[in-house]
Structures are given as structure tokens and as C-alpha cells.
Write a protein that binds this ligand. Structure first.
Ligand SMILES: [Zn+2]
Length: 291
């Protein structure tokens, strides 16, 4: 239903606001990226949310956590409350199922989503989330950023946005994830220290992710027909298709075959599925990743 509030976005199509209002969106992680995405989804008019974050606001979050105030840091307000406040401030009748826990501990609500936004930390958690989204046959839009310093060179700010659609190329197909990267991260776990994070690259990545979501839902550009893998160079302010896309051999994913449907079981060591016939099938990542 179009009304005055959304009249400036009617170019998205006659049914666009209905689609937006009916869509169920999942957000895993409500930090610098997730809070930005939530704010924009609320402005666009989304009404059904499933949001996850186990953490509360700290002073060190205030440099980037959209919607949080210094009072929130003082009162250690849960991040899900910040995001609920953002959404309800714009749409008081929105339905927000909010979980102050890791999504892995309660993935079931993600099953009912039309779209999941991944704003999680690290490669291993991205692998888990993508496996879950594939399992539930839900498109995933993942964003992430990092800042590296090498020797005496200026710090390098980078990031990525990946649209992962069940059946299409996954993060392994794209070369974003591989066995070596996952293993290296596993070894470093715990001694990484506080990772640098700032508000503006998160804003670029979150805005672009919301743009992809809107295109996916409304097809307003009539052009989004394939995998999306964008890389962000924060030093130059450039966002462009990732170079690895040209090496993509096929448009079908062998890592998450569509015939595997059932309940996801995520362990720290492996990802397995309880299949419809009751057997537990483990994804053979070791062999597949090398392809
Ligand atoms: Zn794949």
C-alpha cells in the first residue's frame, strides 16, 4: 500500500511497498554493519524482522553503532534493544523477533526469513551462516570490512559485499572462503585483539547491501540476475565487482547441493545436516574446497 510516507519511492514499482511490508528479514549481528542496515530497512518500510546479537553497548561501540547513545553505553543496553528502538521509532507496528543470543544457538527463526543479512565476524562464522542460509533456501547478503597495517605503509581499509543465492555460487565458489583461510583464522582465534572498525565503510557496505536487497525484492533495475561479489577499497573510496568473478567456472554451486534439505546442525568442528530421511549427512568441505 502506497501512502504519503513512501511516495518518494514509488518508482520501485506498484507492488513494491506491499512486497517490502510482507518480507521477513533476518539480521545476524547488530554492530557497526547490522545497526546501519536495520536503520535503513526501517526507513524503507520493512515490518517483519528477526534480529540477533548477544552483546550490549560498550563505550568502544559508540564510534560506529548507529542509534546508540552514550547513555546506552552507561546503562549497558542490549544491542537488540537499540535496533528495536530504531525500527519501532519509524514503524511502531513492526514485528521484531529479537534474540539476545548467537544465531547459531537458535537458527530456527531464520528459516522463515525471505532474506538474511549477515553482519558477522570472521570467515568461520560466515561459513556457518551461509551453510544455514543455503539449508533454509534463503538468500544471504553478507557484508564485512577490515583494516590491515603492513609495515610502514598506510593502513589499508577493505571490505566486501556478497549476495549468496541458494543453488548459485557460494563463498567457496567465489574464492572468498577456502580451507587455508578458515584454518588460519581458527589458529589465531582468541589472540586477535580489538579489531579496528569505523562508521563510514560500514555505511557504504550496509547501504549497498540494502540496495541489493531492494533490487532482489522489487526487481526495479530489471538487471540483478546473478551472483554479486563487490570489493571495497576504503583508501580510495571505490566499490567494484571483485576480480575473482572472472575466474568463476560455473554458475552452479557444488558445495551446497540443492537436494540437501533438512535441519542444520552446526558444531565447532563441522557442519552437518539431518536429512529428510533421518540420516546425518556431513558436508565434505575438505575435498570440495580444493576444487
Ligand atoms: Zn559453492
Amino acid at each position: 500500500m502506497l501512502d504519503g510516507r513512501f511516495s518518494r519511492q514509488s518508482f520501485l514499482g506498484d507492488k513494491s511497498q506491499d512486497i517490502v511490508e510482507r518480507a521477513v528479514v533476518g539480521l545476524t549481528g547488530l554492530g557497526g554493519g547490522g545497526s546501519h542496515i536495520a536503520q535503513q530497512l526501517a526507513h524503507v518500510g520493512f515490518l517483519n524482522y528477526r534480529i540477533y546479537d548477544p552483546d550490549a553497548v560498550e563505550y568502544s561501540n559508540l564510534n560506529r553503532l548507529v542509534g546508540a547513545s552514550s547513555k546506552d553505553a552507561e546503562e549497558v543496553t542490549p544491542k537488540i534493544e537499540i535496533v528495536q528502538r530504531l525500527i519501532k521509532g519509524l514503524s511502531p507496528h513492526a514485528t521484531v523477533l529479537a534474540y539476545a543470543q548467537r544465531w547459531q544457538d537458535n537458527p530456527e527463526p531464520l528459516r522463515g526469513c525471505d532474506l538474511i543479512f549477515g553482519c558477522v565476524d570472521g570467515f568461520n562464522e560466515r561459513r556457518e551462516l551461509e551453510a544455514c542460509a543455503r539449508r533454509y533456501l534463503v538468500p544471504l547478503i553478507d557484508i564485512g570490512m577490515d583494516i590491515h597495517t603492513i609495515g610502514e605503509e598506510p593502513p589499508r581499509m577493505g571490505g566486501q559485499i556478497i549476495l549468496s543465492i541458494p543453488g548459485g555460487p557460494c563463498m567457496f565458489c567465489l574464492g572468498f572462503l577456502n580451507e587455508a583461510t578458515l584454518a588460519r583464522e581458527g589458529e589465531r582465534y582468541g589472540d586477535a585483539g580489538p579489531r579496528p572498525q569505523v562508521v563510514w565503510p560500514n555505511g557504504v557496505l550496509a547501504s549497498t547491501a540494502v540496495g541489493i536487497a531492494m533490487d532482489l525484492l522489487t526487481d526495479w533495475t530489471r538487471s540483478l540476475r546473478d551472483v554479486v561479489y563487490l570489493e571495497y577499497d576504503g583508501n580510495k573510496g571505490i566499490l567494484k565487482p571483485h576480480g575473482r568473478l572472472q575466474y568463476l567456472s560455473g554458475r552452479k554451486c557444488i558445495h551446497y547441493p540443492l537436494h540437501q534439505v533438512g535441519d542444520l546442525v552446526v558444531n565447532t568442528e563441522s557442519i552437518s545436516f539431518k536429512t529428510e530421511i533421518g540420516a546425518t549427512e556431513e558436508l565434505a568441505f575438505q575435498g570440495l574446497i580444493q576444487n
